[in-house]
Design a binder for this molecule. Structure first.
Ligand code: SAH
Length: 226
């Protein structure tokens, strides 16, 4: 786990729209919109989301909305990050968590404060390079990252206690579900653009329990590396 932001958090304090007040307002909104887990709300409150955005968009970092991060990709909406995190940690504390779709690195940073180790895979090298720089600067030494097609998971590091996809495919890639431990949880948006659903799958032996947790909107899960 990692709760240290050092200079980053300190320098953000009191700076208008990126201030602690703006973060507190965001947390109040998330609570009103059904996020209950106090651990998740605390982490959202203390994580400097503006640092995961280009400076031109930093002023909007604590709005409850997805924002562009370049290369046609987006940083997920805070509510979605909070909800997926809540769903992942609800049934015990997963130690090793795989994320597919590092993007800005924000979801990985949130998770890294609640679980032992986050393994995150991104197919666009330029995004991964930026995210790695942030992880280093913020001293997230429990985030491991890899430039690859997440459709194959991270075979050398599996199995994982929990897996989260932050890009939407038609179905769960077979290689990914094969890397989940018995009793583990997968949270993933599934379905075509305009009709995606947030799903949670729990594995017991060869049987999979699935829950439909409502409509969401994510960028597509693509194949290959960029
Ligand atoms: N978790 C991110 C959300 C980024 S958007 C955040 O908090 O900012 C989803 C990301 O998934 C994009 O960066 C996209 O490039 C990546 N992606 C899409 N298909 C992928 C694949 N097959 N393997 C790895 N990453 C993928």
């Amino acid at each position: 786990m990692n709760t240290l932001f050092g200079a980053a958090a300190v320098s953000a304090r009191g700076r208008g729209v990126t201030s602690q007040r703006a973060r507190d307002r965001l947390v109040a909104t998330l609570r009103e919109e059904g996020i209950r887990d106090p651990r998740v709300l605390d982490v959202i409150r203390t994580t400097p989301r503006h640092l995961f955005l280009d400076e031109a968009l930093a002023a909007r970092a604590y709005e409850n909305t997805a924002l562009p991060i370049g290369l046609g990709q987006t940083i997920s909406q805070p509510w979605v990050v909070a909800r997926m995190t809540e769903l992942l940690i609800e049934r015990g504390a997963p130690q090793r968590v795989l994320e597919i779709g590092t993007g800005s690195g924000y979801q990985a940073a949130v998770l890294a404060q609640l679980v032992d180790t986050v393994f995150t895979v991104e197919r666009i090298e330029e995004l991964l390079r930026k995210a790695r720089r942030l992880f280093r600067n913020m001293k997230f030494d429990n985030i491991r990252s890899r430039h690859d097609d997440g459709n194959i998971g991270w075979p050398a590091e599996g199995p994982f206690d929990a897996i989260v996809l932050t890009a939407a495919g038609e179905s769960l890639p077979r290689a990914v579900s094969a890397q989940l431990v018995e009793g583990g949880t997968v949270v993933a948006p599934l379905g075509p653009a305009g009709a995606q659903r947030l799903m949670r799958f729990t594995r017991s032996g060869d049987a999979w329990e699935s829950e439909d947790l409502g409509a969401v909107s994510f960028v597509p899960l693509l194949g290959g590396i960029g």
